[in-house]
Ligand binder design. Sequence first.
Ligand SMILES: Nc1ncnc2c1ncn2[C@@H]1O[C@H](COP(=O)(O)OP(=O)(O)OP(=O)(O)O)[C@@H](O)[C@H]1O
Ligand SMILES: O=c1[nH]cc([C@@H]2O[C@H](CO)[C@@H](O)[C@H]2O)c(=O)[nH]1
Length: 310
Amino acid sequence: MGIVVIGAVFVDIKGYPLSTYIPGGRNAGRIEQVHGGVSRNVAEDIANVELRPTFVSLVDDTGMGQDVIDKLDNHKVNTRYIQKVPDGMGTWLAIFDNDGDVHAAISKRPDTTPLTTLLEEKGDEIFKDCDAIAIELDLEKDTVKRVLRYARNYNKKVFAAVSNMSIAMERRDYLQQIDCFVCNQQEAGLLFSDDYEHLAPSQMAQVLARNVHSANMPSMVVTMGGQGAVYAQHTGECGVVPAKKVDVIDTTGAGDAFFAGTVIGLTYGKNLAQSCEIGSRLAASVICITENVCPRFRPLEFGLDVPVVD
Ligand SMILES: Nc1ncnc2c1ncn2[C@@H]1O[C@H](COP(=O)(O)OP(=O)(O)OP(=O)(O)O)[C@@H](O)[C@H]1O
Ligand SMILES: O=c1[nH]cc([C@@H]2O[C@H](CO)[C@@H](O)[C@H]2O)c(=O)[nH]1
């Protein structure tokens, strides 16, 4: 079954200015529409490392919904558990500045409640033989609760990312049951009610180790954009993973790719530091392109010990 990824699909509408970006201005530019959503991106990233994930999700009951399924099928994602429902997909409208960073964005979120019923009906067959589970923490509380119950029953590792930290805050009690939680520096600040923006990576690693210990979490990774990422384990072990030097075109999906790489490593035999290194390589590969997901890699490039199926 590979890694099971659970979460939402978005369509991203991304605008890039052709010359100097003027906030409030008309900004002649280029507009692209691509398939997005943190979990969808993560599923495609994992598939692009030839690891055949299963994506449990929803799409619109329209041609566009079918397009999302077809593209994932082409990338060899198992799409058997993607349901077509009205308002199944979200829309992310984002404006980029000249540095390839998001200047402003609005997220129209989908109705993800049907996921709970889907899991209730198909959970056993989905999770029984999976290699690990990756979820978006800001899904419906009932969905998260159900996933964690299956994970306990079948003794599977669970990893979590976040797409909306304000919503995820209401799920913070679940973090103790999540083997590794990955978020960015600003989101970590919200989670631990602290301002981390001024901290250098080495200080951040120490602070994170203390926070992870007192929150009784198994482990956590905080990404810090161009400064790389830091990780910490409940045992107190912590460290810094520097970013790769690359030209930034569009950072969308960098965090998702980092998460995908970390999940891949932790699922297929690597320790946390090594897994973050895989995350860092995948993230770097996404930043230099306008796509939301990484290009194709082979598991051997990361020293992963997994059988490659044709
Ligand atoms: N300018 C950069 N140069 C090199 N690597 C970068 C750069 N920005 C981000 N990265 C890599 O991507 C990882 C994730 O980036 P970031 O912390 O910005 O996540 P994020 O805020 O979740 O990103 P996004 O929302 O854009 O996907 C970083 O830990 C780093 O490895
Ligand atoms: O609420 C949300 N807004 C935006 C996203 C997605 O984040 C992706 C970038 O990390 C992007 O593809 C967008 O669709 C999401 O999943 N949820």
